[in-house]
Write a protein that binds this ligand. Sequence first.
Ligand SMILES: Nc1ncnc2c1ncn2[C@@H]1O[C@H](COP(=O)(O)OP(=O)(O)OP(=O)(O)O)[C@@H](O)[C@H]1O
Ligand SMILES: [Mg+2]
Length: 239
Amino acid sequence: MIFLREVTKEYAAVKALRGIDLTVPDGCIYGIIGKSGAGKSTLLRIMSLLERPNRGEVFYGAERVDTLGGRELLGRRRKMGMIFQNFNLLASRNVAGNIAYPLEIAGFHKKRISERVDELLELVGIQDKRRVRLRELSGGQKQRVAIARALAADPEVLFCDEATSSLDPQTTRAILALIRELHDKLKITVVLITHQMGVIREICEEVAVLEEGSIVERGTVRSVFDAPRTEAARELVYA
Ligand SMILES: Nc1ncnc2c1ncn2[C@@H]1O[C@H](COP(=O)(O)OP(=O)(O)OP(=O)(O)O)[C@@H](O)[C@H]1O
Ligand SMILES: [Mg+2]
């Protein structure tokens, strides 16, 4: 379970997050929506320990994690995977090289890395692309590489920041189906930010609506989408 208590984040005069209380249950696919600038990516960076809040606390289970540093922080971050809209892959490496990267950093043996890369390629359905260069891949295939890399070290949580936003509707559906399948198979928790409401409807169980750094509405996707109570939620859901 990921648990945030009164998390506040400020960048100079900008209050990006204003006292966020949030619980993401283990094994849940949790969606976060909100207008541009609402604070979604900031919230994700704090949950994934890329940034520290100015005030408030972040817990994974019973462990407080926002204060971790050094090896503990690295160890905790290794249990998380992240994927983004622009894939963030290494252009200088081929498909296998990208997936192997986090395993090399973690110090795995060459043989084990090679086996694991094969497993991961199969998991995301691009077994035939092992030695292919990135520029020869479609957006959907690149996102599969990014997902394989994110899952390389067997994370407990997968964070997705607009992971399907640059893909066409058909590819979006295929990637969502893959995320759903991986969630079911690997029992990972998924926290997903998107401005595509269809994505929330299709795979999320719960959703929180952010507005100007505050959560203004939350609940099951059904309850929020069938009967949005706030103007912020209505604007998004009926857009
Ligand atoms: N590193 C930073 N330095 C200064 N201001 C920042 C920084 N990161 C975010 N902000 C500000 O914090 C606010 C929230 O930004 P954030 O990127 O979290 O929004 P978002 O909901 O992800 O928006 P989008 O949908 O456009 O990605 C914005 O006003 C943004 O300008
Ligand atoms: Mg963002």
